[in-house]
Design a protein around this ligand. Sequence first.
Ligand SMILES: CC(C)(COP(=O)(O)OP(=O)(O)OC[C@H]1O[C@@H](n2cnc3c(N)ncnc32)[C@H](O)[C@@H]1OP(=O)(O)O)[C@@H](O)C(=O)NCCC(=O)NCCS
Length: 178
Amino acid sequence: MTVIETPRTWLRPLVTADLDDLAQIYGDPEVMKYRLISQPACRKQTQEMLESYLAHWKQHGFGRWATIYKPQKRLIGHCGLEYLAILDEIEVNYLLAREYWGQGLATESTVAVLRYGFETLQYERLVALAKPENLASRRVMEKTGMQYEKNVQLYGVEWVFYTINRHQWKQSHNGCDL
Ligand SMILES: CC(C)(COP(=O)(O)OP(=O)(O)OC[C@H]1O[C@@H](n2cnc3c(N)ncnc32)[C@H](O)[C@@H]1OP(=O)(O)O)[C@@H](O)C(=O)NCCC(=O)NCCS
């Protein structure tokens, strides 16, 4: 099992037993406000999402990790990598329970995920998408060295599209964690 450690978190692959914790987090309207469907997910929807994440792990050998907050040994969100067939790109994604926002935790876990994408999976480029008004998410992208490239229309919605390539990754991090 691929576990990634950051100063304050462990990232470990999501498992079926995470349903209760995820349902609580995905059920928060504020957390889901800028997702494709801007509505809280019910338990059944969360289960479908979790099943799709597990299927992605099986198919690609990577996917979304559960973000475990070390001090409480608690699942506080997810982050990870997803193959986006519609763009033929690998997308970085992240989401945290509201009470953990504003402490740099998404940035910390995203740096680790980017490192995994470049150094372990050996991808040449990683991308991220956010609704334009999701300023916190855009800030995470910027802080982790991603650069705004363009706006794109996907699934009938407008998104900002950020990218980072291996060269930019090396330049922005110089092999160090933030
Ligand atoms: C996006 C999200 C993961 C950020 O998590 P986080 O742990 O709070 O992120 P960080 O603390 O690492 O960084 C957030 C940055 O955004 C900034 N920020 C937060 N809200 C902001 C706002 N409304 N306007 C501008 N900047 C904002 C913070 O100040 C911080 O920047 P700074 O370090 O320069 O001060 C979290 O808000 C979340 O889970 N949102 C819901 C799910 C989501 O939108 N996921 C992304 C999908 S694209």
